[in-house]
Design a binder for this molecule. Sequence first.
Ligand code: F0G
Length: 430
Amino acid sequence: MKFQTQRPASWQACIACGNEVVETDARPRCGTCGGLLEVHHRPPEMTAAELIQRFTERRGQPGATASGVWRFREIVLPSADSVVSHPEGNTPLLHRVELDRWAGVDHLLLKHEGHNPTGSFKDRGMTVGVTQARRIGASAVACASTGNTSASLAAYAAQAGLPALVLVPLDGVATGKLAQSLAYGARTLLVRGDFDDCLRLVEQASDQLGVYLLNSINPFRVEGQKTIVLELLQQLSWSPPDWIVLPAGNLGNTAAFGKALREAREWGLISRLPRLAAVQAAGAAPFARSFADNFAQRHRVKADTVASAIRIGDPASYDRAVRAIRETDGLVLSSSDEELLEAKAAIDASGVGCEPASAVTLAGIRRLVQEGKIRSSDQVVAILTGHILKDPGLLLRYHQEIDPPPPGANRPIEIDADLRQVERVLKATA
Ligand code: F0G
């Protein structure tokens, strides 16, 4: 179907066959061909200057408009009425000279999404996804996850008073994330399998058992995640950087970034596009392999990396992400576990801190600088997607247990309750 006459404020369309459905259709995929859906909005009835002024006025206001997601509601979900908001977003743009030096760029900015309420960027998509779940009268919500989506879904479902079901790989979820999902009260299934098995299973559950699917194939999640880019552009006074570098797993975020940039240019908020660089972990890099083939083929792999958040072998948002990379003249690359751990140690030691998956960005930037693809004078923004405390298990192994200690290891020192022993350590440290 196509909307022939006056279009509604927003609607959904299949990116494969173009079939259109109303905004409140709850099916996670196109009913005709099974393709991924995308939310479309009628162009805002305001000039770009008026929109920008409105976004500026809302910054720092009380209530839901203080949210770094709902501040942009005209281009996120204009017809939403009662939103489920923590609030979220309003994450900082950080700069650390030692990380400039480490990566080889003059002025690297870090947009730290770990400052969201549950400690990852997922809250931006989830506030919109759970708001939509309530709008359509969902009786329960569900997702498959490597841990952050489930933590976020659990928190927002609790706020909305909706039962939540989360499916995570047994042995595949960092401690902090599993603890959050349990504490926020989600019914948590530890699946004997990997993330890709969990995703298949939850799609079947949404098809056959009627729970509302809140993985990032849900196009409303993508609308919320667009606001990472919108807020970043606002922080840069709508002057786009040369590069935005982000970690890539299931590819929801890569898709969201591409859509945000496309729309921002269409609606006159920016006049040129930054280039996207999506970085995967080398042991879970099917998208980087497809990029190397010029996207001639979609690859699937058995994923294996220390960065459990992006341990994904068959990314669901592949088609939407290919478009994002093509439209932004982007790049896809991968970092080995050794490289990403070294980058993480540098981010942590600068006092910023992030979870392992986030650190592929810094490792990727250093490589692109070495290869001459990023110039040191380019304006580069790295997206740090999750908080340092998400994965304490990996941190303690890195600093306390690995033998011989890796270069950045900071071994704790056991002492007796004796001032002289404290003094000895102080002298050796100073
Ligand atoms: N960084 C972190 C910290 C993540 O948790 C994820 C994905 C990504 C990057 C990759 O983003 O999937 O949009 O390409 N985590 C999902 C989850 C899969 O279940 O929490 P993506």
